[in-house]
Design a protein around this ligand. Sequence first.
Ligand SMILES: *[C@@H]1O[C@H](CO)[C@@H](O)[C@H](O)[C@H]1NC(C)=O
Length: 537
Amino acid sequence: MAFKIAIFFTLAAFMNVGQGCETNQVDQLTARQGLDELLKEESYSSANNLWTTPYYYNYQPRTPLPGFANAYEGRTPLNRQQPNYFIKDEDSLPESRLFLGNIATNLIGSSLFNNRFSPANQFRPFANLLNRIPPNSANSRSAFDACTSPAGEAGICTMSSVCSLFAGRPSGSCSLSRVCCVNVVNGCGKTVTLNNTYWQSPATVSSPSNCALTIKLDAKLAEQSFKPICQIRLDMVSFTTAPPVAGTCADTFQVGGATTMAPTICGVNSGQHMYLNVPSSGVTPSDVQLMFNFAAGAATRSWNIKIAMLPCGADYLAPPGCLQYFTSATGRVSSFNWQDSATAQQLNNQNYNICFRTELVSSQPATLACLSVCQVANGGDAFYITTPAPDVADRRPTVGVTPAAAARAAAFAATLSAVETSFLDSAGTRTAVCLYDFLFIAGGRDANGIEADRYCGNALNPAPLPFAAAGSGGALTGPALGGSATSIQVCTPVKPFKITYKTDGTEAAVAVSAPTASVIATADTGNTGFCLDFQQR
Ligand SMILES: *[C@@H]1O[C@H](CO)[C@@H](O)[C@H](O)[C@H]1NC(C)=O
């Protein structure tokens, strides 16, 4: 090893890629010690199988019941893809003339080491690490196991000297006298290669400006060589940007490079999360970019986003197509930028699935997922997805409508629930209801079995819309003219449990324009999105 590192440095000096080693003597020494410890850690690793360690039983306490497999629970360790660590493409890489091979050149290029061993592109102590790590994924109780600090932050288990090498913060301990090493990257333009790294805003954010982070996923990186990665989970520990204007984000947060289409978000998103799929890093390296663009103008802009890299085949991956995924029997789900505040707005152009793992309830798989609006205390509105057409009442015939129903109809504009895609008024005009903006709950029903799947308006309730009954001469009829001012619990038996949220690109009125809009919609005002408490039964 020392010999090879020496060869590398000799070559590096010859080729003038380094700028002299004198400045790095201390780093070299520390790195060497750290490297030895890192490799020592590997010596016990083969005794531990990832899928049978108590750690993973803690993470996933329940073994699936026999015959209890659906799209979500069907993921077992047996399904996981085997990595291909030895992708031999040295011939195509000019760097391989350093005799360190493709793996090493990738390591050398990894910004992890750039960040640590500044100035960049000089000393790369782990360059040859993979020559010493057994390329067997069963030996994957690695130097980079996940852990949680006493303060609840996620980290990775390493020897303390390795933690300081990675510029991490030791916070709590792991087994085998390792520390739980919490990794933080501040500011813009950095690259992350370590699991459970926190990306935090720089001390000051100017505007207009942008701030991006690259997540490099490549099984040829030493710190990712133990398990190929198929998914990233972003946890917005905190997240504040300028609010949207009429639902459109002025400041934007976007994700690039993942196969999951993540919506553009802004505003306040603390506590939210996203799952992002990538092709297996053992087969196809990916760069996933997280990018803030800040519009001109002052606003609070700060964030702390935890980036977890999830191994292919793990049973805690989100199912395909789920931007959000909940794995508890009860909890809270809200749309991006939903806040308990009178001014927070629903975001435009949302389009994603929120999935719920089927949990065991009293030792049986849940048969229902139930949703009810969150309690609000500060003027927020827990369900307000569209503003029903203010002119719907005007277009209603007065014939056959009782005074109470007329009053109810007037209230329709502001406070009632709505379901279904569109509403045909007595004049024969079709107006969008839950067509452009809606929450979709397949099989959703109330306690009386009244059912609807598209929900919008200003209350969560499957109460039907009014309709013009045959032979009524166009008079609107239906239960109390339809809709309800009261939100109620809506449950669905349709598994896998999932809801879909969709909004269009505007809060303004929509005119009919082929081929994108077939039905008119009146303007939305004051929409807030949704906040729902879920409970499996
Ligand atoms: C990354 O950390 C998470 C815990 O936050 C863990 O579940 C996952 O297995 C770790 N990823 C890898 C590749 O070890």
